[in-house]
Design a protein around this ligand. Structure first.
Ligand SMILES: Nc1ncnc2c1ncn2[C@@H]1O[C@H](COP(=O)(O)OP(=O)(O)O)[C@@H](O)[C@H]1O
Ligand SMILES: [Mg+2]
Length: 347
């Protein structure tokens, strides 16, 4: 039997997705606009080129390069229509993404105008970045759907016969070993998925643990990570005997970081770790004194749910906790994430 060639997901997607899935709206310039205004327009919109449109028709494109050429030629002020590029390669909105990719390869342009097939009017622009971003988004949605559908309908906490069940996972983390950052978060993730906990809950626990674990390695000089689970909440406690924090409110501010240069060079130190922990947990407390170390405790709420009833097709397994004191921004970020991914409710 002939072996079928392996088709990768991205390959499949570039045929499935349309140019309009990637295109973005753009500012346009009228042909009467003067060349002397072009620089300011492109600059204020942070773009490198703008389509020139008159009578609803795409007439050309004026780019930074056209502007520079115009300056080099003496800069006599004339309407854009006299200096724009008219040699255009355009795409139709209903073409497959693969056509855009071929054209990017063939023409080496940064962007293409996108036209409506029926009216011929300009509906937007597509850049290489747009193509990549729309592919990533589609992959992400696909991944999320698969993850949810594969997610085992067994639930350790639900099925364990006991009045109350508690589980604790303990880890010791060495200080300074940046290369090992994330090991605890991924071990914990594995355990939680083995227990049948909802992927969305796991994701939040993993983010919280990863960020606290990195801080433990970078600032705390190493220490302990502990995760306590029961049927309502997952409590992540991260403690060290390091230098401590003198102003907790200050370090909580998005963007605040005392990371040294060598850490920043490795791509860390954006000052978003603690804010991310806060956004992904329902409760966060940081107990710290200079010279006395730091103890961070984050609680992620969840419910075991009442899944597993025979004939119950409805999907209400171990969703993120909805009752209790749930911080508004956390509710929004989780709900937002789910609906951004297009999987809210119908997953
Ligand atoms: N365990 C810790 N011990 C001492 N200082 C810490 C600890 N965790 C965080 N900090 C302080 O809080 C700041 C902000 O942390 P975070 O929001 O994770 O951002 P980043 O790690 O990018 O600096 C750090 O730059 C550091 O000054
Ligand atoms: Mg950090």
């Amino acid at each position: 039997m002939k072996k079928l060639p392996h088709i990768h997901k991205v390959q499949e997607l570039v045929y499935e997705l349309k140019i309009r899935d990637a295109a973005h709206e753009t500012v346009t310039i009228s042909p009467e606009t003067m060349m002397s205004q072009v620089r300011q327009i492109l600059r204020s919109k942070k773009i490198t080129a703008a389509p020139v449109v008159g009578d609803n028709k795409l007439l050309g494109i004026v780019s930074v390069e056209d502007y520079i050429n115009w300056v080099q030629d003496g800069g006599e002020d004339v309407p854009v229509s006299q200096r724009m590029s008219r040699d255009l390669v355009t795409l139709f909105e209903d073409e497959a993404m693969v056509d855009a990719i071929k054209d990017f390869d063939r023409y080496k342009y940064y962007e293409f105008p996108v036209l409506s097939r029926s009216s011929g009017e300009l509906i937007g622009i597509v850049t290489r970045f747009d193509v990549i971003a729309s592919l990533l988004k589609a992959l992400d949605i696909d991944y999320y759907r698969k993850e949810i559908s594969q997610y085992q309908r067994t639930n350790f906490f639900q099925e364990t016969v006991s009045e109350s069940t508690f589980l604790t996972f303990n880890y010791t983390v060495a200080g300074g070993e940046i290369g090992r950052g994330g090991e605890v978060a991924s071990k914990l993730k594995k355990n939680l998925s083995y227990l049948g906990i909802h992927p969305e809950v796991i994701r939040r626990v993993a983010i919280v643990t990863y960020e606290a674990e990195m801080n433990l390695i970078i600032y705390g000089g190493g220490g302990q990570v502990k995760a306590d689970l029961d049927c309502q909440k997952i409590t992540v406690t991260v403690s060290d005997d390091g230098p401590g924090i003198d102003d907790v409110e200050k370090v909580m501010q998005p963007g605040f970081s005392t990371a040294p240069d060598w850490i920043r060079e490795l791509g860390f130190g954006a000052g978003m770790g603690l804010p991310n922990i806060k956004n992904n947990s329902e409760q966060l407390s940081i107990d710290s004194k200079p010279g006395k170390g730091t103890r961070l405790k984050a609680i992620i709420l969840w419910r075991c749910g009442r899944d597993g009833e025979p004939g119950d097709e409805s999907e209400t397994v171990a969703v993120p906790g909805k009752d209790g004191e749930v911080a508004d921004e956390t509710k929004e970020s989780v709900g937002g994430l789910i609906s951004d991914l297009g999987a809210g409710g119908d997953a």
